[in-house]
Design a protein around this ligand. Structure first.
Ligand SMILES: [Zn+2]
Ligand SMILES: [Zn+2]
Ligand SMILES: [Zn+2]
Ligand SMILES: [Zn+2]
Length: 345
């Protein structure tokens, strides 16, 4: 009996020391009591074991019960960005987001922008860079931004009425140039004359051989429609000469044979005693200012109110043809019309 007790005591001692030893390593084995708090788990949430110190989670996972997160208002989708909905599980507090991808349509009521092949309306929404379908530009009638000359092409610039895009079209060099149309002489930003036509005075020498010095006018008339110097002006396509020579000159930029058509018509005499008198001459100088062709008188003297000249001439690059008019009384204004037409070789 005593021996039996000893055995039992040894067994109990062994069992107890085994229990005590195990308690140091991990919770004592027990039947979990899944009545604790819910925690988020893979695929949902599940209850924890209520036993103190036990971290076991029930294998029986329930689905989250999602509701809009009261602390995080949804960000609405716009035409150019997705929105976000925020959810929170009412049971375990797990959070999730979901993109709002049902974007509202663009509002193509903004301004036009240039696009490849035309223009398109932009979306009026702030921050949106979307553009509508591309439509062709609506070109205006265009303006001449560079006048063509007898030798050089000009440019016409068109602007789209909607988006402001520009395009240019070349205007072929002219076949003929008429001085009456070109009284608005081309000028650069400093007001210097840059066109082929020049307007000025001549200091005429009648000795043999005849010669002249041309001084280009530099002052504009009030209306900026011609040149004024020493009382001479071109205004409203008429030339006003007061007691001196005036001259119009054209410099050739290339070798050319051209037809010259010149006419000058003075205004009528105011009485039989005061008949129009003038003196028209045409001369040519080369690029060095040397008289190339003696100036010749083409009429207008003593009571005749007009004179004209027509003829073909061959010019070298740099040659200048001068049309000179001397005022000798009996008239105050006249109409000058000079046309130079290239003759095809
Ligand atoms: Zn447990
Ligand atoms: Zn949950
Ligand atoms: Zn948009
Ligand atoms: Zn356009």
């Amino acid at each position: 009996m005593k021996r039996l007790l000893k055995v039992i005591a040894a067994i109990v001692l062994a069992a107890c020391s085994a229990v005590a030893f195990a308690a140091c390593e991990e919770p004592a084995a027990h039947v979990h009591n899944f009545t604790g708090e819910y925690v988020s788990a893979e695929g949902g949430h599940a209850k924890t074991c209520a036993t103190d110190g036990c971290t076991a989670v029930d294998q029986n996972i329930e689905e989250h019960e999602w509701a809009a997160d009261a602390d995080k208002p949804a960000i609405e989708a716009t035409c150019h960005s997705d929105g976000t909905n925020y959810y929170k599980c009412t049971v375990c507090g797990e959070e999730k987001t979901e993109a709002q991808t049902n974007r509202p349509a663009h509002s193509f009521t903004g301004g036009y922008v240039a696009a490849e092949g035309g223009h398109a309306k932009t979306c009026a929404a702030e921050g949106c860079t979307a553009v509508d379908e591309i439509q062709p530009h609506e070109w205006d009638e265009g303006v001449i931004t560079s006048k063509p000359t007898l030798f050089y092409a000009g440019l016409k610039t068109f602007t789209c009425n909607d988006c402001g895009t520009n395009k240019t079209e070349e205007i072929s060099a002219k076949n003929s140039t008429t001085y009456k149309e070109d009284f608005n002489l081309a000028q650069d930003a400093n007001g210097n004359q840059v066109g082929d036509w020049q307007y000025g005075t001549v200091d005429y020498k009648f000795q043999s051989p005849e010669d002249f010095d041309f001084t280009q006018f530099s002052a504009f008339t009030n209306g900026n429609d011609g040149w004024e110097d020493g009382g001479c002006e071109i205004k409203d396509e008429f030339i006003n000469v007061h007691g001196k020579w005036v001259a119009v000159a054209f410099t050739f930029s290339e070798d050319v044979t051209a037809n010259i058509d010149f006419s000058f018509i003075s205004n009528q005499a105011d009485s039989a005693e005061n008949l129009p008198k003038f003196n028209c001459r045409i001369g040519v100088k080369d690029e060095n200012g040397i008289v190339k062709e003696n100036p010749h008188f083409i009429g207008g003297d003593n009571g005749i109110s007009d004179c004209s000249y027509k003829g073909d001439k061959t010019f070298k690059k740099g040659d200048t043809v001068y049309f000179m008019i001397e005022h000798k009384g009996g008239w105050e204004s006249g109409s000058l019309n000079i046309t130079i037409t290239k003759i095809a070789e």
